[in-house]
Design a protein around this ligand. Structure first.
Ligand code: HGY
Ligand code: MN
Ligand code: MN
Ligand code: MN
Length: 405
């Protein structure tokens, strides 16, 4: 298993890699994403799996005929801009290596198994995370998905069509979903909980509720040298206030909030901007706290906009309710993968996953692999090879247990 994992990891590693930063740029339907998806299709077929896309662009590789009670594992291959090597690929490469290990162990499955690669998990190009799994489960309408655009104005429907899919066929797939008896996703931890307690592998318990909101501050464009300060309607000022308010409001609620993306129009050093568009990402331990954080930031943004004579419009782009993974599956997996040190630790996370979307429809679990620095969504994301191998062993043990019950 370790040799297979290492070989597959090495094959995938150059695809979409930015040599200058060491990070990855695999935005959905881009040439790098397409190359990674083709790599997956080939690697899965070489292991005797039958590969077929669903109507939403997710890729499925089946061991056995698709059918009732299937055990499904997998993750995603797209990345955030300049993301890390592990977020997504660990769960895909790990799944393929686990399938080979199941063969080596001589496991005779009593139900079908599939490896899935979900499309646009990060929302890195079209803004809504977990788009492939949301479409599959009906958590987003095909019309809304079709109309999402990237920063160049290319729509999801067009990008999908250019990759050979028929956007008019998008939508929930109750038959496919109805086949899934259990879904398990292997993922790098995006924090330091496992490093802190000195364990290589953990099992997920909950995902914090989270979402993205777009704020558009519209002011009056003017000359940076000649416009008296009192005469300005500068949208950069309430925007700047909102960035710092996000931090203090989140801090006061034990939550997190981030403004990681902003665009100024016309983006000119010697002109007061006409508009600043900014995205708030907010996450909290429970729904009420998340609401309070978003409302609190919005109130600050509005107050400051009024003060500066700027018009503010806010829109919710996506949200994911709190996820509680299947407790029976969680405890069973924690016990069987725990080893000599007792059951594997159970963790909460602030990161979103396709498993979180699927959890609303099917029994779902996640395995996390230790991340020594906790860094993620950045080139510095890292996990030791030995810990990745331990994660794949845990996934194999889990799949073997589910396939033979
Ligand atoms: O943003 C997130 O939590 C994710 O990794 N999709
Ligand atoms: Mn991920
Ligand atoms: Mn991610
Ligand atoms: Mn001039």
């Amino acid at each position: 298993m370790t040799a297979t994992f290492d070989a597959l990891w090495t094959e995938l590693a150059p695809i979409g890699r930015n040599r200058a930063t060491g990070g990855y740029q695999r935005l959905s339907w881009s040439p790098a994403d397409t190359e990674a998806r083709s790599w997956f299709a080939q690697a899965a077929a070489a292991r005797g799996l039958d590969v077929a896309p669903d109507r939403n662009g997710n890729l499925w590789a089946w061991w056995g005929e698709p059918g009732a009670g299937a055990v499904v594992t997998g993750s995603h291959l797209d990345s955030v801009p300049d993301g890390g090597a592990f977020d997504g690929p660990l769960g895909v490469v790990g799944a393929l290596a686990a399938v080979e290990e199941l063969h080596r162990r001589g496991v005779r499955p009593r139900r079908p198994l599939a490896v899935v690669v979900f499309v646009e998990e990060e929302g890195g190009r079209f803004g809504v995370p977990c788009l492939g799994s949301r479409l599959l489960t009906g958590a987003i309408t095909p019309d809304r998905a079709a109309a999402l655009t990237d920063t160049d104005g290319t729509s999801w429907a067009r990008a999908m069509a250019e990759s050979g899919f028929a956007p008019e066929r998008m939508g929930p797939e109750p038959d496919l979903l109805g086949h899934i008896g259990a879904f398990v996703e292997l993922h790098i931890e995006q924090g330091r909980s496992l490093a802190h307690i000195g364990r290589p592998v953990g099992v997920a318990d909950t995902v914090w509720p989270h979402g993205r909101w777009r704020m558009e501050f519209s002011g009056r464009p003017d000359h940076a040298g000649t416009t008296r300060l009192d005469d300005r309607h500068d949208p950069m000022l309430p925007f700047a206030h909102t960035v710092t308010a996000a931090r203090s409001v989140a801090e006061a609620h034990g939550a997190v909030a981030t403004v990681g993306k902003a665009v100024s129009k016309p983006n000119c050093a010697n002109a007061i901007p006409s508009k600043v568009r900014a995205w708030l990402d907010a996450r909290a331990p429970d729904e009420a706290t998340l609401r309070a954080v978003v409302d609190g930031v919005d109130a600050e943004a509005r107050r400051s906009s009024v003060e500066h004579g700027v018009f503010l419009a806010s829109f919710k782009e996506s949200s994911t309710p709190v996820v509680r993974f299947d407790s029976g599956l969680r405890d069973r997996i924690a016990t069987i993968v725990g080893g000599a040190n007792g059951p594997a630790p159970v963790l909460d996370t602030g990161a979103g996953h396709d498993a979180g979307v699927l959890a609303a429809a099917v029994p779902t679990a996640m395995l996390f692999v230790r991340n020594p620095t906790g860094i993620s969504h950045a080139p510095g994301e890292y996990a030791d090879t030995a810990d990745c191998h331990a994660g794949v062993q845990a996934l194999t043990t889990t799949l073997a247990d589910l396939l033979t019950e």
